[in-house]
Design a protein around this ligand. Structure first.
Ligand code: PLP
Length: 221
């Protein structure tokens, strides 16, 4: 199937649910992104700042660009002028840098807290306790130019669907706890970004509000 056909079939399935699709276009050419755009997709995600900036310059301006991969601090200034959501906020130092660059661009940048929920070891993402420490940290609370919109997590890379379901469920439970304890009355804290090509159906069952799908739309990388 073509990119358009894949996208339309996916959108049809997602339409039943109230969920945002972020089309992950990393390593794919701008022509593929343009096809998806012409089929109606306006939100795309990349995992490298450089690639994101380059593609943006070649594509329509009304595309909303999301950053989904680990973000190095020295790359923040490249994307700060326009990025619409950073899914991978994973340290206080990064938060401070995003805040600083947002301020320089006279904007507020929306971010998700990336949480490590998989069994595999990873350098990236907060543990649950670390998220609460961050939210209680005055230095973090004083940042005025980032807005926390929710959380993001990636499940274990496994065919064990029960395991994946448990991980998503626990992230949703934690998301609700944060909402209640730290973001009560804050309507902006509303996004639970989970689900990729291999596990988006499970993620939807467990309450995802935003799925990040690449290969299913654009083919293998
Ligand atoms: C690559 C990537 C995706 C999309 O993965 P697919 O398996 O292609 O759907 C989603 N989220 C993040 C953080 C990624 O790096």
């Amino acid at each position: 199937m073509s990119v358009k056909e894949q996208l339309n079939s996916l959108l049809h399935q997602l339409n039943e649910e109230d969920v945002t699709l972020v089309a992950i276009s990393k390593k794919k050419p701008v022509e593929d992104i343009r096809s998806a755009y012409e089929a109606g997709q306006k939100i795309f995600g990349e995992n490298r700042a450089q690639e994101l900036v380059k593609k943006r310059s070649q594509l329509p301006e009304d595309i909303q660009w999301h950053m989904v991969g680990h973000l190095q601090r020295n790359k923040v200034k490249k994307i700060a002028p326009f990025v619409s959501l950073i899914h991978s906020l994973d340290s206080l130092r990064l938060a401070k840098e995003i805040d600083k660059r947002a301020q320089q661009n006279e904007r507020v940048i929306d971010c998700l807290l990336q949480i490590h929920i998989a069994q595999e070891k990873s350098k990236y993402g907060f543990a649950y306790e670390e998220v609460e420490e961050l939210l209680q940290d005055k230095a973090f609370q004083n940042l005025t130019h980032i807005r926390i919109r929710g959380v993001m997590g990636m499940a274990s890379f496994t065919g064990n669907t029960e395991q994946v379901g448990e991980e998503f469920k626990s992230l949703n439970t934690f998301f609700k706890k944060l909402k209640q304890e730290y973001f009560a009355g804050n309507d902006h804290f509303s996004e639970l970004s989970m689900g990729m090509t291999n596990d988006w159906k499970i993620a939807l069952e467990e309450g995802s509000t935003m799925v990040r799908i690449g290969r299913l739309i654009f083919g293998e990388r």
